[in-house]
Design a protein around this ligand. Structure first.
Ligand code: ATP
Length: 268
């Protein structure tokens, strides 16, 4: 990762197979892959503009941004919208313009805008008293989204739809909006399996044990499931045995998931 202020350059290792669930998004990204090639442009296909991923923290939105860059074999730039503000008058607008130019210079590329609501809703500056800076930054960004000619695919991620400017949600800005929900039981099982596999422990678990863990972790996000597996590894190490189902069950039971404060989120 190379970092310079509001822009970060990534070489992600994650692939789409590292994501449990998010099947609609994964198949959409797979279908769009071909339309992002030079052949497709020569044919006259419209280059995809981008997606907006909305959902709770820890559900795999950032992971998806990294995985798509890897799957499409394109450079990935992460733009921290919150950090483009400040400096002398006009500096914020100049910052966003130069960030967009960098993405274009690297094109074909992926521009990942993390927590886009923080940069476009006026939260980072002094709201109505910011002299219109936020709305000029928003204007610059939206015009670019609509008119950009270079193949830069935008992956914007956000936690709070209510804080997003309505203009961004309007048709024609992004190709698709995906709502990333909490994983359901089968998806939790897949996510637990992915994180066990990454630690070379998957073969030690039967499918009925994995099923039991998925049932026990109702309401957990992907990040919380990963954390439970990590904690369980510490537990097993401390107790001097190989990781087993009970270690993970214990760490699941010791976790109070973010969603427990929002009961209406849980689907199964
Ligand atoms: P935030 O809004 O806080 O950025 P996010 O939705 O982008 O959250 P990630 O940063 O992608 O969430 O998740 C953190 C980590 O949790 C990931 O790097 C991954 O290891 C794990 N994780 C989250 N969701 C999934 C998933 N669906 N499948 C596999 N692992 C996941």
């Amino acid at each position: 990762i190379r970092k310079s202020g509001h822009l970060e350059y990534f070489h992600p290792k994650a692939t789409l197979d590292d994501i449990g669930g998010l099947d609609n998004l994964k198949s959409w990204l797979n279908r769009r892959r071909q339309s992002f090639t030079q052949d497709a442009r020569d044919f006259g296909l419209e280059t995809p503009r981008g997606v907006l991923l909305l959902g709770l923290p820890g559900t795999g939105k950032s992971l998806a941004a990294k995985a798509v860059a890897n799957a499409w074999q394109l450079p990935l730039l992460r733009l921290d919208m919150g950090k483009i503000y400040g400096g002398i008058v006009g500096q914020s607008e100049a910052n966003i313009r130069s960030a967009l130019q960098t993405a274009e210079a690297l094109a074909p590329s992926i521009l990942w805008i993390d927590e886009i609501e923080k940069g476009l809703s006026g939260m980072q500056s002094s709201g109505a008293t910011d002299g219109g800076t936020t709305s000029r930054v928003l204007g610059t960004f939206l015009t670019w989204m609509q008119e950009k000619e270079k193949p830069v695919f935008v992956v914007a991620t956000a936690n709070h739809i209510a804080q997003l400017p309505p203009e961004l949600l309007r048709k024609g800005r992004v190709d698709e909006i995906f709502f990333v929900d909490l994983p359901v039981q089968q998806e939790r099982q897949d996510i637990i399996s992915i994180h066990l596999k990454r630690r070379n422990r998957l073969d030690d678990f039967s499918s009925s044990e994995l099923n039991e863990l998925a049932v026990a972790s109702k309401g957990f996000t992907g990040a919380e499931l990963e954390e439970a597996v990590k904690e369980a590894m510490f537990l097993a190490f401390d107790e001097g045995h190989q990781l087993n189902k009970n270690d993970i069950l214990k760490s699941i039971q010791a976790t109070s998931p973010l969603s427990s404060t929002m009961a209406e989120m849980i689907q199964d």
